[in-house]
Design a protein. Structure first.
Length: 297
């Protein structure tokens, strides 16, 4: 029996959105790298949230009155775990981690999606999931300990900030699917960003030198342009696409965006002069293999 046209169209749309999202988020790591040439991780994280929140604030304001108290609580959580936290964690990580490697570690999101889904959201956990997760984490450990010469060297503490960001992303995936399925993706994105916008503004105004840098530092406006693209396209627009994909598919399918993100991130990194050696490629291959096995039906 053939599938209904609506199911087929949803599947095609989900794949289109997934590929688009992969290119947007795969390019975000090089934008972070460019922003960090002038601004601190704290400034970059706050600016990313501010630009994204301001861009969508007119939409958010028009939809606030239609939300229940329950919606407000979940949207606040989504704002912190899906946007605010990762914005600062990735910026901090990339002060000591190449953009290509940060993009590769981002591929852990589907594995944490499975773990968190099974622990807290009653999702099914199979032996295949366990094998995939184990392989992925072996690749992660190898990548964290991989030195710039391709050998095994000291522990890169900053890589753990990316790992923590992927845990937050995975939590957000499960939360949206479980509690916000009745809201439109634009509402979820705009309101959740609006709720964390005030805190980002306070951090930017009181805890950074942004106002001084933007006036006196050469290249500050150019770097702000990169961060603005990161905020508007890489956060605001990307989250709308992301939330829409979650609603018409599954959290696990949506988290598979991380198959393509490492490829895009690595290409940008290589074009920017970053060096990836055999150990790095083996580590990335193990992570992606683990994700593939864990996702396979």
């Amino acid at each position: 029996m053939s599938k209904p046209a609506s199911q087929m169209s949803d599947k095609a749309l989900a794949w289109l959105l997934l590929i688009t999202l992969s290119f947007i988020w795969g390019s975000s790591f090089i934008l972070i790298k460019r922003g960090l040439e002038i601004y601190s991780p704290l400034e970059l994280g706050a600016l990313r949230i501010v630009t994204a929140g301001l861009f969508l604030s007119p939409v958010a304001v028009s939809r606030i009155g239609k939300l229940s108290k329950r919606n407000w609580q979940i949207l606040l959580l989504a704002g912190f775990v899906g946007s605010f936290g990762p914005a600062f964690l990735f910026a901090l990580a990339q002060t000591h981690l190449d953009s290509g490697l940060a993009g590769s570690l981002n591929a852990l999101t589907p594995l944490f999606t499975i773990l968190i889904g099974s622990w807290f959201f009653s999702s099914t956990f199979t032996r295949r999931n366990a094998i995939g997760i184990a392989i992925g984490f072996v690749g992660t450990v190898l990548l964290i300990f991989a030195g710039s010469d391709g050998g095994i060297s000291g522990f890169n503490f900053y890589a753990l900030f990316v790992v923590l960001a992927t845990i937050l992303y995975a939590t957000n995936l499960n939360v949206i699917k479980a509690y916000l399925a009745d809201l439109k993706p634009l509402t979820i994105t705009s309101v959740s960003l609006l709720m964390v916008l005030p805190l980002a503004l306070v951090i930017l105004a009181s805890a950074t030198d942004f106002s001084t840098k933007i006036i006196y530092t050469k290249g500050a406006w150019e770097a702000l342009g990169y961060i603005s693209i990161l905020g508007v396209v890489g956060t605001a627009i990307a989250l709308i696409i992301f939330n829409k994909t979650v609603q018409i598919s599954t959290p696990l399918f949506t988290s598979s965006v991380t198959y393509i993100i490492p490829l895009i991130a690595v290409i940008w990194g290589l074009l920017d002069g970053e060096k990836l050696l055999v150990t790095h490629y083996i580590s990335m291959a193990l992570i992606l293999a683990g994700v593939f096995i864990a996702n396979r039906k």
